[in-house]
Design a protein around this ligand. Structure first.
Ligand code: NOJ
Length: 549
């Protein structure tokens, strides 16, 4: 049931310190995955009051904004990305009043709030879909989704050859014999964006949350809303994954851009620079930049950066191409290493050696935070949390795990609840020691809690705090549009960034051995111990150093 908040926040309730023009161009945005951040009521599931209580931690960390994965009413077939009511908070996360309180508290601390919006599909429990099922073939309610007759004798085959991102056909047959399209799980029917009612409904949903005071939206599957006319076959058998770069008739169709132009107009009606960021897996950064033309969205995730390995040439190439593509549309580049859909970067970079993974992860983070534009952090990376690879099958909830090989079905490993404090699970995630958590945490996380790391200068948490504080203060960090590459030996990246008030150099040694490099200045922050020499410095293996030049 939708609850209505009577006291919508005034639009000017956005935080003052971000009254900086175009705050989003250089913002550090922290992703909270509500199920796994903080459990206020002790039921083993994170919730909004739990998050609100932890907002001072995020303030102290030094981020500018917080993006929340969905907390809307949902049967949780895909951890909330199956929305049954876009204007209601799921009781497991709290109430709409809790959401308003969260926004208010965040703003009081000077943190911006970005919420997820899921426009490609809803839940099969959404009122429109239930109505469509009841109304039957050929009825107007079915037109808001993609219902079709099947192929073959008696229509027993799906209408086309599209595969779900989670594995298996992208079509499910209903009792009366028609099939409906779902690019993800069968519980997530795709909306038909050729229908005006779908446009109107999402305009109204955007306004609902903007009226409540949010500063922007992260648009789920932003590249998927429009399907090619006639829903043509793909004609090849390769599995299409969310991470894939294939060109397919249901992703990155030109028609999506008109939708985002209308969304931009709505965002601009509101004071306080409200923004939208696209989750758009496109074949190239140039295709992503098309979502960011001046009358469209503000940012798009840079998945090409995320999927680049620990490799000097590969990183330099993707940095150059990203900056070029984004500068061409006057949009900020964005950088991201982890989120709730991918293996945590600490583990991705480990190559079987956890210590190496953490070393590289910290170095990669410092590189990311040195680049011009906006950076996204995923909860727990500031604690150096690794992927949990040993989860027993019976606790897994990722729908892809139950349906063939779509994304490997391994997304639960990066969603394990945060360890906050104490010696025993759930490590302060919930109020009671020994209490429940929806996924089990490894016992070794007692050494990784925020409490254990707080105040320890050698901890990952203090490293993140330091880096974010310096990034906020140094005039040549974050802002700007370009990097000036400096000569560097193989396996090392070095670049300079200048502003009228200061010059900054970043060195990254991606090789497995120390490398001697001319000392560029004094150390601002480094991901590993470094002893600068008067003229030359040994850059440690797998390390990044920020220098004031
Ligand atoms: C992308 C989200 O990040 C992912 O978690 C979800 O499963 C799909 N979109 C479908 O909504």
């Amino acid at each position: 049931m939708t609850q209505h908040v009577t006291t919508a926040l005034p639009a000017d309730a956005t935080p003052d310190d971000s009254a900086r023009r175009e705050w989003w161009r250089e913002a550090v945005i922290y992703q909270v995955y509500p199920r796994s951040f903080a459990d206020g009521n002790g039921d083993g599931m994170g919730d909004l009051p739990g998050i609100t209580a932890r907002l001072p931690y995020l303030k102290r960390l030094g981020v500018d904004a917080v993006w929340f994965s969905p907390f809307y009413a949902s049967p949780q077939a895909d951890a909330g990305y199956d929305v049954a009511d876009y204007r209601a908070v799921d009781p497991m996360f709290g109430t709409l009043t809790d959401a308003a309180e969260l926004v208010r508290e965040a703003h009081a601390l000077g943190l911006r709030v970005i919420v997820d919006v899921v426009p490609n599909h809803c839940s099969d429990q959404h009122a429109w879909f239930r109505e469509a099922l009841r109304a039957g073939p050929g009825s107007p309610p079915r037109e808001r989704f993609h219902f079709r007759s099947g192929k073959g004798e008696g229509g027993h085959l799906p209408p086309n050859d599209w595969e779900s991102v989670f594995g298996g056909p992208a079509w499910t047959r209903v009792e009366d014999g028609e099939w409906y399209l779902h690019l993800f799980a069968p519980e997530q029917p795709d909306f038909n964006w050729d229908h005006p009612a779908v446009h109107e409904e999402f305009h109204s949903i955007l306004r609902f949350w903007l009226d409540l005071g949010v500063d922007g939206f992260r648009i789920d599957v932003a590249h998927g809303l429009v399907k090619a006319a006639g829903l043509p076959d793909i004609g090849h058998e390769e599995q299409v994954s969310l991470l894939g770069k294939q060109s397919v008739p249901y992703f990155d169709q030109d028609g999506v851009h008109e939708i985002y132009r209308s969304w931009r107009r709505i965002l601009q009606e509101y004071a306080g620079e409200r923004i939208a960021v696209a989750e758009a897996w496109t074949p190239t950064v140039e295709r992503s930049a098309r979502y960011l033309r001046p009358d469209e969205l503000h940012q798009a995730f840079n998945f090409e950066y995320l999927t680049t390995g620990w490799d000097a040439d590969g990183l330099r190439d993707v940095i150059d191409r990203s900056l070029r593509a984004m500068n061409a549309v006057q949009a900020p580049a964005t950088w991201v290493l982890s989120n709730h859909d991918v293996v945590r970067h600490c583990t991705r970079f480990a190559d079987g050696d956890a210590a190496r993974g953490l070393r590289r992860a910290k170095a990669a983070t410092l590189l990311m935070l040195a680049l011009p534009g906006s950076a996204y952090l995923y909860q727990g990376e500031e604690l150096g949390l690794p992927e949990v690879t040993e989860l027993p099958d019976e606790v897994r909830q990722d729908p892809a795990f139950f349906r063939s090989t779509g994304q490997g079905g391994r997304r639960d490993g990066c969603r394990v609840p945060m360890p906050w404090s104490g010696q025993r699970a759930p490590f302060g995630f919930g109020p009671a020691e020994g209490g429940p958590s929806w996924l089990p945490q490894p016992a070794g996380w007692r050494d990784l809690t925020a409490e254990a790391q707080d105040g320890d200068p050698s901890s990952t948490l203090e490293f993140y705090r330091r880096a974010l504080a310096v990034r906020r203060e140094h005039p040549a960090l974050g802002a700007g549009r370009d990097v000036e590459w400096l000569d560097a030996p193989e396996g090392v990246l070095a670049f300079r960034r200048t502003s009228p008030r200061g010059t900054f150099v970043c060195t990254v040694n991606l090789s497995a051995a120390p490398v001697v490099y001319p000392t560029p200045g004094t150390v601002l922050v480094s991901s590993a111990d470094v002893t600068p020499g008067a003229t030359a410095t040994n850059l440690p293996a797998d390390s990044t150093v920020w220098w004031a030049a």
